[in-house]
Design a protein around this ligand. Structure first.
Ligand code: ARG
Ligand code: ZN
Length: 898
């Protein structure tokens, strides 16, 4: 059951051409399949006869009797072919490489497909999702990415129920069938592709149309398909698509290669979106938006996802994967491209900060626990479990380091070579590195490769020694990579550390390592497990700014904690804005950990917090006040400075983890900041209220203002200022946009009393019929950090607007609770765990992929304090002991209890 990277073998048969004919019907769809195949003589030479293996999920697809033929000859089961649980084996096909035509028909029942893999229905329309292994739920086929074929697809369906018929490539023919109630369309995709990029859509949809002229002057038709009534909500996504197309031409020289590009929005979708060739299918939350229904962050997410899927046309489709172990080859790279695009479209520093927050909050814990795996995994049971933050986000960090290593021009050269050399091929991470190595012969990329093979987050520990007589500063660095299950011994990594020096007034000191160059910011390439770097001409009292821009995905710490005035100094003076934010994170993290460590377990509780006599030093408050009031800084950046380290991030620095204490200590700090800075929060808030008055505007400046205004309001409400709470209610009611409305709803449901209930009820009444907005309503309630949240979530499961078959609903309510609300999830009697385990069991029958994702909420369980740990253990054992678990869930739970 375990698949290993080492076991790769090229396919025995290649499929040059695929012809599919779908006769679409909700409960009995027929798929006629014609495959032009040929023995892979390149890999295996000639042979007399060989067996052709096709994958097919026999739980969902049924071979129509007497339909299987080879070169026109009808085959007999047992004699000429075998059917097993997951395969069709056609025996004794010519092995000389001259080719054969295999034909057959299968039948499917899309209406029963709740797993949303393969062909399924959403609101009575047909959709497909094939990545990673969904095509085998549509027909029998060698379902692996290194089998690349030309597809021709015919769709036949009722005119009335399915007026729109779409597949990959261009529509070359369409018309009415002999039965006038039916129509058909034929699509041809001229590019060879793996079957995971196949897609079809059929149904009642309307579309928004636009054009893009590519750099070589080709006119591309762009269409976004949505349900009736949603057209106005698609215009923003259309703008993003055009921006992305232009950016990819400018930055990478990549041009779109077909005459049409379609995006289709669907409400029932297990993930974000899918890059099917020329027919991207999107979770509707990443397409539909207007200011009344979508927040500023929703708009940004749409921009990122639209670009991400579009960029896949080159990184993923034109150059594709040899096997699924290479997943990060397309995902890490495409995330990186998308991050850079978003940075160019919005605010670079803020984008970087939010990416790093996400990495630290979600990827670091994964890398430190039983789910840890390298960016290029060595083995898996269910590939769907490997669409992880490690493959995606850490994968993107690896690309970022590579670009820094070879420089922007070297990187562009390497990418050009990669596209040139591997266009139309299915390749590996090694091929990617080879292209960069060949394009940049002066850099040795050998040590860099470890980033692909070693799991875990490197820990970097630093200390300094100053030699006043020589004005020399020695920086001692040590790296440590904790062992993981598969890799007990690890090699030291190549860690690029971007750093700078500030003198005691905050003026940059040129970094001089004695190599003749002196620069403001220097990248130290650390390669050994212990290494010392010396800097010359350093004035006394200078301070180091380390890991600027988060130049490597590592956990950095000083051996001896920096005094807080060093950190507040960096908060105010660092030339690297990212590090100003990071200094604020460190100062607050340290203070929170201080409280937690000093207070014995159980001594913190919500009532005792007010009398807790601990406080950050005055310079900390001052540094925050200065940031808040500094008109020279962008609003968005200022607001980000006030987002305290997440509870999940804090937990990584504590053993064993006491989630309640972390929450309470963090809240204590938040209240102290709120109280001490109250008048500054009020003055900024009032000023921004005035500036934002009038019509809603979506530009970056206004978004920044809203973010800062709302965070001021949040702090003020957190300090239990009744005037602030009534103001939040007032803002909630008069808001002309979802950003303000949702921010206030969130604040009120956490810090208000009756106000929270009132706002929730009003919000529901107003948005009862907006499916995407209701997701926000579910999530807000799941995120209330309270010991009563569990019962609220339980009640909401029964709500008439909640549908457990819909992944967005599940992620909002159950995911919000289990993955994003530690204080409410970790209940001393274990009832939170029991609830989530019950939901996993229920979900597993519906959609295993979603169930498995919810199960990752237990990732850190071994680090929890003993009482909690034993409760989780009980639930995990119960879960695992159950037979009939999906491969998805049993792999995750199996790893957790291993
Ligand atoms: N390739 C898609 C994207 O990142 C995601 C597909 C996710 N598939 C899955 N089985 N989880 O754009
Ligand atoms: Zn992707």
């Amino acid at each position: 059951r375990v698949k290993r990277r080492q076991d790769y073998k090229p396919p025995e048969f290649l499929v040059d051409q695929v012809k599919l004919k779908f006769i679409l019907d909700p409960s009995d769809t027929r798929v006629l399949t014609k495959l032009h195949i040929r023995f892979n003589t390149d890999a295996y030479g000639n042979c007399d006869r060989a067996h052709f293996h096709l994958d097919g999920d026999r739980e969902v697809i049924e071979l129509v009797p007497n339909s299987l033929k080879v070169d026109g000859r009808l085959l007999e089961e047992g004699e000429d072919y075998d059917l097993s649980k997951a395969h069709l084996i056609v025996k004794n096909i010519d092995g000389s490489g001259k080719g054969a035509l295999v034909e057959f028909q299968v039948s499917l029942n899309p209406s029963k497909n709740t797993a949303l893999m393969g062909l399924y229905l959403s609101k009575s329309n047909f959709f497909t999702q094939c990545e990673a292994e969904g095509f085998r739920r549509i027909t029998f086929f060698p379902d692996r990415p290194d089998v690349m074929s030309i597809f021709e697809v015919t769709l036949v369906a009722s005119k009335q129920d399915y007026p729109v018929l779409l597949s990959n490539g261009d529509c070359v023919e369409s018309g009415s069938c002999s039965d006038e109630n039916y129509h058909y369309a034929v699509y041809k995709d001229p590019f060879r592709k793996p079957c995971y990029l196949f897609a079809l859509v059929a149904g009642k949809l309307v579309y928004l149309e636009d054009w893009f002229v590519t750099m070589s002057g080709k006119r591309v038709k762009l269409c976004i398909y949505v349900q009736q009534g949603n057209l106005p909500k698609a215009t923003f996504a259309m703008d993003c698509l055009k921006q992305a197309m232009k950016w990819d031409e400018e930055q990478y020289g990549r041009e779109y290669d077909l005459n049409t590009f379609n995006i289709v929005a669907v409400d029932d979708f297990s993930m974000g979106a899918m890059e099917n060739k020329s027919l991207n299918i999107f979770n509707s939350k990443y397409v539909l938006a207007n200011p009344e229904t979508a927040t500023d962050s929703d708009f940004e997410a749409i921009q990122a996802v639209v670009a991400h899927e579009y960029f896949h046309n080159w990184t993923g489709n034109r150059v594709t994967l040899r096997d699924w172990f290479q997943l990060s080859l397309k995902e890490g790279l495409t995330v990186f491209r998308e991050q850079e695009f978003s940075a160019d479209m919005t605010n670079r520093t803020v984008k970087r900060i939010s990416d790093v927050m996400r990495l630290r909050t979600t990827q670091f814990p994964q890398d430190a626990g039983p789910m840890a795996h390298p960016v290029r995994p060595e083995s898996y049971i269910e590939i769907n479990n490997f669409y992880t933050v490690t493959i995606y986000e850490k994968g993107a960090e690896v690309i970022r380091m590579l670009r820094n290593l070879v420089g922007p021009e070297g990187f562009r050269k390497g990418c050009d070579l990669y596209f040139d050399r591997y266009d139309g091929m299915a390749v590996t991470c090694d091929d990617w590195l080879a292209a960069h190595q060949d394009a940049n012969p002066h850099v040795d990329l050998t040590p860099f490769r470890l980033w692909y093979s070693q799991a875990g987050t490197p820990q970097l520990c630093a200390s300094t020694e100053y030699d006043a007589s020589q004005s020399t500063l020695h920086l001692h660095l040590e790296q440590y990579l904790p062992p993981t299950e598969e890799q007990p011994v690890k090699e030291p990594m190549l860690i690029p550390i971007k750093m700078g020096i500030l003198d005691r007034d905050g003026i940059p000191v040129m970094v001089d390592v004695g190599d003749g160059s002196a620069v403001e910011s220097k990248v130290l390439n650390m390669k050994e497990s212990k290494q010392t770097f010396s800097f010359y001409h350093v004035p006394p009292g200078s301070r180091l700014s380390m890991l600027r821009g988060f130049s490597a995905p590592v956990r950095f710490a000083w051996k001896h904690d920096q005094p807080s005035d060093d950190l507040t100094f960096l908060m105010a003076k660092d030339k690297d804005e990212f590090n100003r934010w990071d200094a604020a994170q460190t100062v607050t993290l340290r203070y929170i950990l201080d409280i937690v460590r000093r207070m014995p377990q159980g001594s913190l509780n919500p009532d005792s917090m007010a009398s807790l006599e601990m406080s950050p030093s005055d310079d900390v408050f001052e540094a925050f006040r200065m940031t808040l009031l500094d008109e020279g800084l962008e609003h968005r950046f200022r607001s980000t400075m006030f987002v305290l380290p997440s509870e999940l991030f804090i937990a990584q620095w504590m053993k064993p983890i006491r989630p309640d204490d972390i929450h309470l200590a963090r809240l204590h700090l938040k209240r102290q900041l709120a109280t001490r800075l109250s008048s500054s929060f009020w003055s900024v808030l009032q000023r921004l209220e005035r500036e934002l008055e009038g019509e809603y505007r979506l530009d970056a400046e206004s978004r920044g203002k809203r973010a800062l205004k709302n965070i001021c309001l949040e702090y003020l409400c957190c300090s239990q200022d009744p005037t602030a709470v009534s103001l939040a209610l007032k803002h909630f009611r008069k808001a002309n946009n979802m950003t303000d409305a949702l921010a206030c709803l969130n604040i009120l449901s956490i810090y208000g009393k009756e106000e929270g209930e009132m706002a929730l009820a009003e919000f529901y009444r107003k948005w009862e019929h907006e499916y995407l907005v209701l997701d926000k309503w579910f999530r807000v309630q799941a995120l209330v950090p309270s010991k009563d949240t569990l019962s609220r979530v339980q009640n909401l499961l029964e709500h008439k607007s909640f549908d457990i078959k819909n992944p967005n609903n599940v992620y909002a309510l159950i995911g919000g609770y289990a993955l994003q609300n530690p204080y409410a999830f970790h209940l001393a009697d274990g009832s939170g765990y029991k609830f989530v385990a019950d939901q996993i069991r229920k979900l597993d029958k519906i959609n295993p992929q979603v169930a498995a994702r919810i199960a990752t909420s237990f990732t850190i369980w071994r680090e929890l304090e003993p009482n909690l740990r034993s409760h989780v253990k009980e639930q995990l054992n119960l879960l695992f002991s159950r037979n009939n678990l999906s491969r998805d869930v049993s792999e995750v739970v199996g790893k957790l209890i291993e």
